[in-house]
Write a protein that binds this ligand. Structure first.
Ligand code: AMZ
Length: 283
């Protein structure tokens, strides 16, 4: 039950990829309209698209709403199955409401989850937890906010528990230290977040090969967001999905039933781990 999720990061109306989230460090940019790119991912079989309004995250307010609406229209015209999650600049209830009512499946809260958690709680209550994802963007093990320009003192484990307690139905864990570098993922950091919560965790940052995708899967995540590696040709989307299917003998996941199954799998893992520890201590 593991999903490979293509990213479409928007900056100045274009689909881009940044190195470690720095606005000035653009490693990929294209003039191809983002809705065309979205259509292509859907045609290749993507079940979820991950849209980030980068200007929104930097400025603290939604900037690309019209562009996101065009992506929604394009995607829904060719598939009823593909879901869209959006993050970046969603700092109040109204922005989240606008996106959810426009057909976005899930909104992603970063900064506001730590600055005004009541906003996240209200959206989870009014629209359901399933439609709320909280982003933990970690630099050196601490949560970064405001377009990653400010690093807080909040540790990742604590932040993950906080996210769950305020109504996150899922968590996006991005490791900024490896983001955009395409040098591999930090599996133990992902596993730490997965173990801290019972909701599904989607990981991102550093993915550079199909092996990385499978390593994220083995760390217990429910999915992986891939950006730079897809746009620079380091990973072929179909090959990655096929490898996941062969590896896990399970496919693509984010429906509530599939998420429940991920939680069940985690419970079994936790029970097995407890049993192992008990046996170890008896030896
Ligand atoms: O690349 C960046 N500098 C960046 C980025 N990709 N800054 C924020 N974000 C993403 C987070 C999350 O999905 O991963 O934007 C969202 C959080 O934005 P906000 O505005 O809620 O803090």
């Amino acid at each position: 039950m593991f999903e490979v999720i293509p990213a479409i990061d928007l900056k100045g109306g274009k689909c881009v990829q940044l190195r470690q989230g720095r606005a000035s460090d653009v490693i990929f940019s294209t003039d191809e309209p983002p809705e065309e790119i979205a259509r292509r991912w859907v045609a290749l079989g993507a079940r979820t698209l991950h849209i980030v309004d980068l200007d929104g995250a930097f400025r603290g307010t939604l900037v690309h709403f019209q562009q996101i609406k065009r992506i929604l229209e394009a995607v829904h015209a060719c598939s009823s199955k593909c879901k869209i999650q959006v993050g970046g600049g969603i700092r109040d209830y109204e922005s989240a409401e606008k996106l959810l009512n426009a057909g976005v499946e899930r909104v992603i809260f970063g900064t506001v989850a730590f600055r005004r958690p009541e906003v996240v709680r209200a959206v989870a209550e009014d629209f359901s937890k399933r439609r709320v994802m909280v982003a933990l963007d970690a630099r050196g093990g601490k949560v970064a906010v405001e377009g990653w320009q400010h690093t807080t003192e909040i540790g990742v484990r604590e932040a993950a528990k906080h996210a769950e307690s305020i109504g996150a139905g899922s968590i996006l864990f991005t490791n900024i230290d490896v983001e955009g570098l395409m040098r591999g993922v930090n599996v133990s950091a992902i596993r730490e977040v997965v173990r801290a919560v019972s909701v599904p965790v989607v990981a991102s940052g550093g993915v550079s090969s199909v092996e990385d995708v499978l390593a994220v899967c083995d760390a217990g995540a429910a999915g992986v967001v891939v950006g730079s590696a897809l746009y620079t040709g380091k990973i072929d989307f179909r090959s990655a999905v096929d490898a996941v299917v062969a590896h896990c003998s399970q496919v693509v996941a984010t429906t509530p039933a599939q998420q429940a199954s991920v939680s069940e799998r985690k419970e079994v893992e936790v029970r097995t781990e407890r049993k192992r520890r008990r046996q170890d201590s008896n030896l």
